[in-house]
Design a binder for this molecule. Sequence first.
Ligand SMILES: Nc1nc2c(c(=O)[nH]1)N[C@H]1C(S)=C(S)[C@@H](COP(=O)(O)OP(=O)(O)OC[C@H]3O[C@@H](n4cnc5c(=O)[nH]c(N)nc54)[C@H](O)[C@@H]3O)O[C@H]1N2
Ligand SMILES: Nc1nc2c(c(=O)[nH]1)N[C@H]1C(S)=C(S)[C@@H](COP(=O)(O)OP(=O)(O)OC[C@H]3O[C@@H](n4cnc5c(=O)[nH]c(N)nc54)[C@H](O)[C@@H]3O)O[C@H]1N2
Ligand code: SF4
Ligand SMILES: [Mo]
Length: 749
Amino acid sequence: MSRTALRICPLCEATCGLTLTVDGDRVTGARGDRDDVFSAGFICPKGAAFGELDGDPDRLSRPLVRRDGELRETSWEEAFDAVAEGLRPVIDAHGPDAVAVVLGNPNVHTMAGALYPPLLLGALRTRNLYTASTVDQMPKHVSSGLLFGDPFAIPVPDLDRTAHLLLIGANPLDSNGSLCTAPDFPGRLKALRRRGGTLTVIDPRRTRTARLADRHVAIRPGADALLLAALVQVLFAEDLVDPGVLADRVDGVAEVRARSADFTPEAVAGACDVPAAEIRAIARELAAAPTAAVYGRVGSSTVEFGTLANWLVDVLNTLTGNLDRPGGAMFPLAATARAPRPAGPGKGFDLGRRHSRVSGHPEVKGEFPLAALAEEIDTPGDGRVRAVLAVAANPVLSAPDGDRLDRALAGLDFMVAVDPYLNETSRHAQVVLPPPRPAQSAHHDFAFNGFAVRNQVRYTREVLPLPDGRPDECEILARLVLCVSGMHGADPSAVDTLAIDTALAKAVADPHSPVHGRDPAGLAGQLHGRTGAERRLDLMLRLGPYGDGFGAPGAAGPEQAPGGLGLEVLLAHPHGIDLGPLAPRLPELLRTRSGKIELCPEPVAADLPRLRRALTGRPAGLVLVGRRHLRSNNSWMHNLPALTGGSNRCTLQVHPEDAGRLGLVHGAEAEVTADGGGLRVPVEVTDAVRAGVVSLPHGWGHDRPGTRLRVASADAGANVNQLLDGSLLDPLSGTAVLNGFPVQVAPVR
Ligand SMILES: Nc1nc2c(c(=O)[nH]1)N[C@H]1C(S)=C(S)[C@@H](COP(=O)(O)OP(=O)(O)OC[C@H]3O[C@@H](n4cnc5c(=O)[nH]c(N)nc54)[C@H](O)[C@@H]3O)O[C@H]1N2
Ligand SMILES: Nc1nc2c(c(=O)[nH]1)N[C@H]1C(S)=C(S)[C@@H](COP(=O)(O)OP(=O)(O)OC[C@H]3O[C@@H](n4cnc5c(=O)[nH]c(N)nc54)[C@H](O)[C@@H]3O)O[C@H]1N2
Ligand code: SF4
Ligand SMILES: [Mo]
């Protein structure tokens, strides 16, 4: 007998609601949930492969512990004993800084990844935190931190209402969107066109997204900050600046004007490969649109001027009056966010409160660059990293110079990997702790609801029960918290209890909280939920902007949405609750020291001379950019037959002109070299990539020994990040330059 069950898809940022078909303990089908309040039935090939991913025979079902050099299956008790035994001597002898925590991308796709890493870091107190943010969106956090005082105050395009979208270095038709959670992004872009809106795409490749656009600008990679600075210059020069209602909430407009003055379209045209007239036209269209949103993603982030480009995106949104207005770039308000409070000056956002040991990289948001992890492990001396806790991370493939990191991890005293696969990174661990199958895990999007184009909230419980004695990922991470706290063996629910007690103590002491002055123990007793994670979700919902405030008189959501939210209400709405379109949130969310938008923050201003130098120093030769395929997901979905093959291959895309000049033949191999090393890949000659640019996807290179990825290793591909030596970073954010770096390409004879 088969049955159906609802599960929010955790495989990308679109967060689609799925209807799964379940036969016994297997998921045999997945389709879009037509009643989902947000995704309304949308599904993509990855979501459709949910069952295959869930049932992948290479997925680890039991923990592994290394004994006599070999990883062997063991019991959970033994595995956590081994963690406690392995970590203790490192911490005792060298202090907590000798343990690095490495957090990978799927942490934003699990409840465990949202709820426990902060507790783990709080308990361990290491300065060595490395995450996927510094190979991804850290420039946006820095920009938002400086502009708005909060690194998580990230405006998203109001996709369903905007009249004009300027999209830079993003390909949502293949990625399904990022820092802009919008199930059926393709459909929403088509709807924009249908209602008479316009789409401009800036991308060195003619992507599927670019093919939908009214205007596609094939910019020279890495030059976006120059182009955006020129757009700002045109707005000022042509008197098109109009921040609208924001005018008296913005500081620094005159400074931006002065500092952008020399970035004229004529001055940047040569470096961008975009004619000055076209730059002017883009600026004028942006200013003239009734509403518009500027939005940049990976291609404008993991680049030499990533922070400047991300800053300029919101400078443009602000100067055109589109920030925080319907149809512009708006700030979502998630159900688990802190409830709004009166506006006023905040603590601001500081960079570089400490520096990394080897290269002196400034800390950003409590992190050091992932690109610097290898040197922090393999460079001898005091303060060396000797142990690693890696949760949902595969930096051997996703970070620069995987070979060096591979060797460094092999030389650690101790490593724990929380990962469902034995892959390029986890193979170095002494203990591997596999989370259960996604069908056995509950789901709520703590992270992505904060970047969603519509306020909504959904929660799906596990579809299949956990086998007896099998911890879910929340419990795995809670037990790790106990291990680093010297409390190994204690009941893991103590971790949740502590988290709840801490949060309630803060809330009752906060005059702006709906529970100000109430008895925390009484409130804790009112929490619902079958697990610690559910009770913590209930707490956040009830104290949140739409929450019931534990029955506080007058507790109600913002005007456009119902209040009264809590876990029980959510459980009664299995397809989710719509909380309305995005609504203006300024000035309430500003946390800058001035209480205003600080449009020309000092660290950004200090980086502008570097951008100015790029006006003239255009490097010769080919540069490389990445790409994503609809049926891929970073490094870990190459093991599913349903998602591999066809056009989803690790090929070097080369423009016909470059292929002709270099003697590269479609289907034959090319040798690609750069500062960090070389690799060989098949050539794909295509004019979808512009001349002077080659493109190679990331997440490949599954040919290392000691992994258990039978499908992926049969079609291994090459690791693009081996071309990098880890030294090329956006200096303000510590983000690796993964796009627009110089390479040499030659045919393999
Ligand atoms: N050259 C180049 N490099 C890039 C990029 C690029 O565009 N170009 N993109 C960068 C970006 S944007 C990102 S986000 C990073 C991603 O890089 P990483 O953060 O390293 O993420 P993944 O490669 O997706 O690997 C995720 C790991 O998590 C495991 N995993 C999957 N599901 C779960 C789960 O539910 N729980 C746990 N505990 N583990 C799980 C997988 O098996 C895998 O080992 O790569 C970056 N690297
Ligand atoms: N199918 C699939 N979906 C995914 C992922 C995946 O691996 N596969 N990964 C997920 C993750 S972790 C993330 S962060 C998101 C990323 O989501 P997106 O940012 O939409 O992803 P990309 O497809 O990498 O788009 C980046 C685009 O930037 C272009 N580009 C490269 N260099 C430059 C440049 O210098 N300037 C400009 N203007 N453009 C440039 C590239 O050609 C590419 O088309 O996708 C998520 N969704
Ligand atoms: S678009 Fe993303 S969330 Fe939606 S089904 Fe595909 S992978 Fe899942
Ligand atoms: Mo990412």
